[in-house]
Write a protein that binds this ligand. Structure first.
Ligand SMILES: Cc1ncc(COP(=O)(O)O)c(C=O)c1O
Length: 389
């Protein structure tokens, strides 16, 4: 029983086969255009640009938002490493913040930090400690659980700070404002991932979604080698080869058709886990902000009484029963090469990391599978706690 694996249907094979047969397999084709159109329609954004990975999407998005070696970027501690690495690619510095009970960036902390630890001068927000400009905040929607940053958005407008949403895990998740808005469509730019473990996949792939024509034009230009004159090969800027190819796009179009069905399947899995552990005081299934809508991509379980080693031992016992679990993302502030960067009041992330595991959340897991997994967890948990293993 797996965390999350790709599911390739006959229709997916046909869609990919048709593109292969057509010969139009590069990054420039009607198939790529069509996937972008379908994605915009689904996310209700004016524009989408499909790219070769979520990491490329974050890199390009930060570049377009103006991040450079003089900038600082606020990031959450508990996220996949690809949220922060692109900050370093651009020579900028991250400031690492704590997460809330839903594993999302602690918005209140960020607001307090901006109000107390920065000044606003010449239309720039300057970090009092480092004297550097805080250019962008990356809000990540962890495990598909939407991070509601409405309050922060208003402050960022006043302080000229841009918001990049890392919605890599959150295709099909929505933030509640006046209406429901797709994750990634609320900030200045949003990034998605279609990696093999995501709710839909293109093998490897990503996208930037936006409502800004200016940003859209710039992403298309830079993602495709910054071609100013295709006949004479004139490039007036340093571009990237980041666009998605047509084979991946064909898979994406076909997978996107099944997204709603997949979300429903995963919703049932989440609800069953929740039901099975509803009477456990010390074991908790990660919930989500109840006003938002989630895609239920990944389920996470936390054990109040287990330490780092015990959580690992529990994972090993489950693996013997062919139940795959894995630790959640290691907080960025615990990664050796990131230790030199500024942090702000990180209290929760480490605790959560030490005592949590990702659970099998794949489409094909049945209620009886969830019951089996839950029973094994309860049994091994008791053994480990009682025998202090
Ligand atoms: C939160 C987060 N950000 C960024 C990425 C990077 O996406 P990709 O693997 O497509 O480069 C991922 C997933 O892999 C992710 O989970």
């Amino acid at each position: 029983m797996k965390l999350s694996v790709p599911h390739i249907s006959r229709k997916d094979l046909r869609s990919v086969g048709n593109v292969l047969k057509s010969g139009w397999i590069s990054t420039s084709s009607k198939t790529v255009d069509l996937f972008e159109k379908k994605l915009s329609k689904f996310c209700k954004t004016k524009y989408s640009i499909v790219l070769n990975s979520g990491t490329s999407a974050i890199h390009l998005a930060l570049k377009i938002l103006g991040v450079n070696k003089n900038s600082e970027v606020i990031v959450p501690s508990l996220t996949f490493i690809a949220t922060v690495n692109p900050v370093l690619y651009l020579g900028a510095k991250p400031i690492i913040f704590d997460v809330d009970q839903h594993h999302n960036l602690n918005i209140k902390d960020v607001i307090n930090f901006i109000n107390e630890k920065t000044i606003f001068k010449n239309k720039k927000t300057i970090n009092k400690k480092t004297k550097k400009i805080i250019k962008v905040i990356i809000v990540a929607h962890m495990w598909g659980r939407a991070c509601n940053f409405t309050e922060l958005k208003n402050l960022c407008k006043k302080r000229n700070i841009l918001i990049l949403e890392d919605a890599a895990e959150a295709l099909g998740s929505y933030i509640k404002g006046k209406n429901y808005n797709h994750c990634g469509s609320v900030g200045d730019l949003g990034c998605l991932s279609f990696n093999a473990n995501k709710i839909i996949t293109t093998g490897s792939g990503g996208a930037i979604i936006t409502n800004s024509k200016k940003f859209f034009d710039k992403v298309q230009y830079l993602a495709n080698q910054a071609k100013d004159d295709t006949f004479n090969y004139i490039h007036n800027e340093c571009g990237y080869n980041y666009k998605m190819n047509s084979i991946s796009a064909a898979l994406g179009i076909s997978q996107l058709r099944r997204l709603k069905k997949k979300i429903n399947l995963r919703k049932k899995i989440y609800e069953r886990y929740l039901f099975n552990f509803k009477n456990s005081k010390d074991i908790q299934i990660l919930s989500y902000e109840n006003k938002s809508k989630t895609n239920y991509w990944m389920n996470v379980i936390s054990f109040k009484k287990l330490n780092f080693k015990q959580t690992y031992n529990l994972s090993l016992s489950l693996a013997k029963k062919k139940i795959q679990t894995r630790r959640i993302w290691r907080p960025l502030n615990l990664q050796i090469y990131l230790k030199k960067f500024q942090t702000y009041k990180i209290e929760n992330a480490k605790k959560i990391y030490f005592s949590s595991l990702c659970l099998p959340s794949d489409d094909n897991i049945t209620n009886s599978d969830v019951d089996k997994i839950s029973n094994h967890i309860k049994k091994f948990y008791e053994i480990i706690v009682n025998n202090k293993l």
